[in-house]
Ligand binder design. Structure first.
Ligand SMILES: [Zn+2]
Length: 105
């Protein structure tokens, strides 16, 4: 199964289209109609879980580096939080872009 592809008509969503969809409505698990064939699709939760677990590690590493070297790099505490927040946001969007779709039962 391919990333962000409708299993029924093989229509592939672009990462940006899909991320905008995720951001505009958070009900992925309840399903949405495929923009090409109208089949009701849902996100594969197992796949998202796996990608999230793999993605979790770099987040911890980046945050640990930030906190350890914050003073040396002359970044304020607020700056650290902002950076960590921005990094996390980009990272979460990246995780969503690796979603797989499946037909809703
Ligand atoms: Zn489709």
């Amino acid at each position: 199964m391919q990333t962000r592809t409708c299993p029924h008509c093989a229509h592939k969503y672009s990462a940006i289209t899909y991320i905008l969809k995720v951001l505009s409505r958070f009900d992925d698990y309840r399903g949405w109609p495929c923009e090409q064939c109208g089949t009701i699709l849902t996100v594969d939760p197992k796949r998202r879980m796996k990608v999230s677990l793999i993605a979790f590690l770099p987040t911890i590493i980046v945050n640990t580096i930030l906190i350890s070297f914050r003073r040396d790099m002359g970044i304020s505490l607020l700056g650290t939080f902002l950076f960590a927040g921005a990094f996390l946001l980009v990272w979460v969007l990246l995780i969503y872009s690796f979603d797989n779709f499946k037909l809703k039962e």
